[in-house]
Design a binder for this molecule. Structure first.
Ligand code: ADP
Length: 502
């Protein structure tokens, strides 16, 4: 069962993580499609602008070229400067809106650093190329072409205005998609040049293939964060469910094992009980039979001996009767049929009568019985309480008192409760055993060590009867210092149940 639940829980966990993975894949796929389209669009805008400008280039009249391009460079925000080089790669024109000082610095950088990077020698005629690079921390985008004019080849390079790209072209091209996506453009060092980047795991990233090839476009659907959070939360819930199911199963198995253990113990105790009871019945029976036979065969030497035999028979019959009472009462309780006849009366008088019933046993044991009994009016079942007292006194004599010792029986009442105590000066009961001795069929160390007769149901009966009267049975004992058994019964009318059935 455990395996089945774990497999079920695990497969549901797997299903949800697979779903999450598939969602991630499909989001990634759509990001890729959208991202690719954007990149293509930006590239097209840049290339189309280049082409439009290149079409305006007329190299036959240098004067006219200068005038036109001065105007273009001044007016158009897209182009910062135009440079024309001859076939020996010497600058023929350099037109830019810069003051003389800046212009000469620009020319210097261009000739020394930019020009070698353009690798013009490898450029076929009418071919259009781009150079995207940072010089002194400033990004450059150069579009250049090799064109023939008259009988010579020229190279025309346009320096594209990157600020214009970032401030005008990107916002214009991205605006529609930005409603549902976060778009960012990052430079070669990962610095954000445009937009904002949250660096989400599922964001799509790609470089511009031909124009702004040093840069990276990053696109991430706005609901991505919520989506991935939801996916994570769902996986978490599933994980908790798996652990929860395992915990419930483990807990259930522990409960089951404890119950099985208890039942096993109860069965073992039951078998012991049967053996004990049979033994208990046999001993007095064989005595009764033996002395009965002696009497009937007239084997008694004299009248006193016959009297003694008759007393043994009476005593053993009493023992048998009380054992049978105990067993029958217990059996009734076990079947749930014990009924108590609750009547008002004096508890003290009942205890007194019960003690009289034990007097012979007490005398035989050579034990001194001390009684301290109050008159306590209460509502109770007389025969049940007599059984309680007989059992407690019997135990005190069996386990708690040796010849010459004292057993005290006290009945007091205080604050609406009657307390019946049977106190002995015997070996006492260890703390570990104190709870178990009230369990049915349990026989303790005292019983085993002294090979005392018994069935292990006496204290279970006492406890049950006390509870049926709305009270409780307790023991207080220290090893070597005797034991005090206490039965506490409530006295107030409301707390006393007139009749309790189980
Ligand atoms: P039984 O006397 O038939 O064994 P009980 O239910 O009356 O069964 O008692 C359970 C166990 O409690 C006894 O076996 C014994 O070990 C222990 N016990 C009961 N009364 C005393 C006592 N006064 N002193 C020491 N041990 C006791």
């Amino acid at each position: 069962m455990m395996v089945a639940v774990v497999v079920l829980a695990y497969s549901s966990y797997q299903a949800s993580t697979q779903l999450a993975a598939r969602t991630a894949v499909s989001v990634e796929h759509s990001n890729r499609v959208i991202g690719q389209k954007l990149i293509d669009r930006i590239e097209k805008v840049v290339i189309d602008t280049d082409r439009a400008f290149f079409r305006l280039v007329r190299l036959d009249d240098p004067q006219e070229f200068r005038e036109l391009w001065r105007r273009i460079v001044r007016v158009s925000p897209a182009v910062e400067s135009v440079i024309v080089l001859d076939d020996r790669q010497e600058i023929v024109h350099l037109i830019a809106t810069l003051d003389a000082q800046k212009l000469s610095r620009f020319q210097d950088v261009f000739e020394k650093r930019v020009l070698p990077d353009m690798r013009l020698g490898e450029l076929p005629r009418d071919s259009h190329r781009h150079l995207h690079k940072s010089y002194d921390g400033r990004p450059f985008l150069l579009s250049f072409i090799r064109q023939r004019s008259g009988d010579r080849d020229y190279y025309i390079a346009l320096s594209i205005n990157i600020d214009h790209l970032l401030a005008t072209i990107f916002p214009r091209e991205f605006s529609k998609l930005e409603e549902t996506n976060s778009i960012a453009v990052l430079d070669e060092r990962g610095r954000v040049l445009y937009g904002s980047s949250r660096d989400q795991r599922l964001a799509f990233r790609a470089v511009f293939p031909t124009t702004l090839y040093k840069w990276q476009l990053q696109i991430e659907p706005r609901q991505m964060a919520a989506l991935s959070q939801e996916v994570r939360a769902r996986s978490m819930t599933n994980l908790i469910l798996v652990f929860g199911a395992v915990a419930v199963i483990v807990f259930g198995m522990i409960v089951l094992m404890v119950a099985v253990q208890r039942e096993r113990r109860a069965n073992a105790l039951k078998s012991e009980f049967i053996a004990n009871v049979s033994h208990e019945l046999k001993t007095p029976l064989s005595l009764i039979r033996m002395f009965g036979e002696l009497l009937s065969l007239g084997r008694a030497r004299d009248a006193d001996t016959a009297q003694e035999y008759a007393e043994i028979i009476t005593r053993e019959s009493d023992r048998l009767a009380s054992l049978i009472d105990n067993v029958l009462d217990f059996a009734r309780i076990e079947r749930g049929k014990a009924a108590y006849e609750m009547r008002p009366g004096d508890l003290g008088a009942v205890v007194e009568r019960a003690l009289d019933l034990c007097s012979y046993r007490v005398e035989q044991a050579g034990v001194e019985l001390e009684r301290e009994l109050e008159e306590v009016p209460a509502v109770f079942d007389e025969s049940a309480l007599t059984l309680v007292l007989l059992n407690l006194v019997d135990n005190a004599l069996k386990y708690g008192a040796t010849r010459g010792q004292r057993v005290r029986v006290r009945l007091t009442s205080d604050q609406g409760e009657a307390t019946l105590e049977v106190i002995d000066e015997g070996p006492g009961i260890s703390p570990e055993e104190q709870q178990d001795i009230f369990e049915r069929f349990y026989r303790g160390r005292a019983a085993n060590e002294g090979s005392q007769r018994g069935s292990g149901i006496g204290l279970a009966l006492v406890s049950h009867i006390a509870e049926a009267h709305g009270g409780r049975a307790r023991v207080r004992s220290e090893l070597g210092k005797g034991a005090t058994f206490r039965v506490i019964l409530p006295l107030r009318g409301g707390e006393t149940k007139p009749e309790v059935r189980r």
